[in-house]
Every structure is written in structure tokens, then in C-alpha cells.
Design a protein around this ligand. Structure first.
Ligand SMILES: NC(=O)c1ccc[n+]([C@@H]2O[C@H](COP(=O)([O-])OP(=O)(O)OC[C@H]3O[C@@H](n4cnc5c(N)ncnc54)[C@H](O)[C@@H]3O)[C@@H](O)[C@H]2O)c1
Length: 268
């Protein structure tokens, strides 16, 4: 197993990609701190629930792994500090930070409300700072660590009608590169992943906002991928595989990179 003895802090772990990342990391031997807000944020589509977060943790523990659930909001620095304290108390440290929590909403720039601007910027961008601020000191002290930020293909290439989301994810890309430089002195790897469109609650939520059938919206979002049809359907497993790779020593020479896993959309 590639992550035996490591502790991974995974945000947005109730459902979607984060739940999958937690299970994949646990399958490689990592002990998991599964974090999620477990309540909705106005005006965003339904987010993860406490039952789902407990389900993520139960599936890991039932499979012989070790995981705990922490209900906390990445928008809040005190809540993230408390969550990190729980992680250290339970498992002694944090070796892997998987910054996965995110939300999106489709809006024309002149229709963006204060409420949705705050939600999109605070979860996607400020949320990433709120974990790194509290976990970097632990990684510095042990002179090692892996930080993996989920950006988006939309943080690397223009995405009309989700400009706040694209701007927040573009911010995650630059924070990733900046932290990689800043934390290299302590042997900490900082990388990002830029997923293409993946059929999760985010996509069904966006389809709902657009009044579209989720399956049709998903195909439409994938239309410009290099790989077409089913061959161009990026899955949560594709992203989790990259998370495990970046968390492992196989990727020890990779830092400051944001890697698209997107069926070729960014490069198209
Ligand atoms: N699905 C896609 O097509 C796609 C594409 C590119 C990037 N992404 C990114 O991938 C990541 C995972 O998204 P997903 O597709 O699994 O979406 P999802 O909506 O299925 O899951 C997101 C999870 O994050 C949690 N969350 C949201 N706000 C939170 C907060 N404030 N504090 C703690 N937890 C919070 C939710 O409860 C949910 O469990 C996000 O960062 C998203 O922006 C998704």
C-alpha cells in the first residue's frame, strides 16, 4: 500500500468526488479525516448530508480502514482550525490535505447576487486558504506533506456564465503554484487537479439551474473534449486515481503543477 501510516484530511467528503477520494486514499492505507458542511448554502443546489458523510466513513471502516467524520464549513477559519485539531487529536498529524470542497452556480455576470458571489468565492477560494493556513504549520514541523487542490478545467480556460467560479478556480491555480514555491523549503509538495466535467451533484445541480435534463447537459458540457461520447466521460475514479498518485511518493518530484484530467478539453 502506498500511503500506509499517512493521515489524509479530505474536504467535501460526504458525496461526489470527495467521498471517492477518501475511499481511494484509505484503500492505500491512509487514515481519513472526512470533512463536510453537511448542510445547504443558499442559493446553491443540494449539498452533502450528515448521513452521506457518515456513510463515507462507515464504508472505509467496514472495509478495515480508519476514518472519522468532522462536520465543518471550509468558509470558516475557526471551524477548519477545530477540524484540524480533531484530526491531530485522533491521528497525531496531517500528511495529506485534499482540498476538494466546491460549489458552482450558472449566472450571467450582470445577474450575480451578493449571496451567490460570496458562496462561490468563499467555498472555492477562501475555503482552500482556510485549510492550508492551519495545516501548513503541521507539515512544516514534520518537514513533509502533500497538498492537493481541486481546481477545475474552468480555472485554466474561459468558462462563460460561471465567471465567479472560473475566477475562484483560477485563484486556486495560482495559490497552488505560490504555495509550492513557498513550502518547498520544508519538502512539501503542492499540486492541483483540474477535472473536466464529471457527473456528480454539481452537474445535476447546474443542469437544474439551467432547466435541462442532467444527462443531456452532461453530454453538452463534454462536447468539446478531445475524446468523444462515452470515451470522453471523465469519472470520479479518474480524479481519485490522480489524487492517490499525487499523495504518494511516486509523485515526489512533482510540485507546483495543476494537472488537467479532462478528456483533453483544456488542450483543445
Ligand atoms: N463535477 C464537475 O464537473 C467538476 C468539474 C471540475 C471541478 N470540480 C470540482 O471538484 C470538486 C468536487 O465537486 P463534486 O463534483 O464532487 O461536487 P459535489 O457537489 O458532488 O460535492 C461537493 C461536496 O463538497 C461539499 N461542500 C460544499 N461546500 C462546502 C463547505 N463550505 N464546507 C465543506 N464542504 C462543502 C458538499 O457538501 C459536497 O459533499 C469541487 O471543488 C468542484 O468545484 C467539479
Amino acid at each position: 500500500m502506498k500511503l500506509e501510516g499517512k493521515v489524509a484530511f479530505v474536504t467535501g467528503a460526504a458525496h461526489g468526488q470527495g467521498a471517492s477520494h477518501a475511499r481511494y486514499l484509505a484503500n492505500e492505507g491512509a487514515r481519513i479525516v472526512a470533512v463536510d458542511i453537511c448542510e445547504d448554502i443558499k442559493p446553491i443546489y443540494p449539498l452533502g448530508t450528515r448521513e452521506e458523510l457518515d456513510g463515507t466513513v462507515a464504508s472505509i471502516n467496514d472495509a478495515g480502514g480508519e476514518a472519522i467524520a468532522v462536520q465543518a464549513d471550509v468558509r470558516s477559519s475557526p471551524e477548519m482550525k477545530a477540524a484540524v485539531d480533531v484530526a491531530v487529536k485522533a491521528f497525531g498529524t496531517v500528511d495529506i490535505l485534499c482540498n476538494n470542497a466546491g460549489v458552482c452556480i450558472v449566472e450571467a455576470v450582470d445577474e450575480i447576487s451578493d449571496e451567490s458571489l460570496d458562496a462561490v468565492i468563499d467555498v472555492n477560494l477562501k475555503g482552500v486558504f482556510n485549510t492550508v493556513r492551519h495545516i501548513a504549520p503541521i507539515m512544516k514541523a514534520q518537514r513533509s506533506g502533500k497538498i492537493i487542490n481541486t481546481a477545475s478545467a474552468g480555472g485554466l480556460k474561459a468558462l462563460p456564465m460561471v465567471s465567479h467560479y472560473a475566477a475562484a478556480k483560477g485563484g486556486v491555480v495560482m495559490a497552488t503554484k505560490s504555495w509550492a514555491n513557498e513550502l518547498s523549503e520544508w519538502g512539501i509538495n503542492v499540486n492541483g487537479i483540474a477535472p473536466g466535467t464529471i457527473y456528480t451533484g454539481m452537474i445535476t445541480g447546474i443542469a437544474g439551474q439551467l432547466g435541462q435534463d442532467p444527462g443531456e447537459a452532461f453530454e453538452q458540457f463534454n462536447a468539446n473534449n478531445m475524446f468523444k461520447g462515452e470515451r470522453g466521460h471523465v469519472t470520479v475514479d479518474d480524479i481519485s486515481t490522480m489524487v492517490v498518485y499525487l499523495a504518494s511518493d511516486d509523485a515526489r518530484m512533482i510540485t507546483g503543477q495543476v494537472i488537467p484530467v479532462d478528456a483533453g478539453w483544456v488542450a483543445s
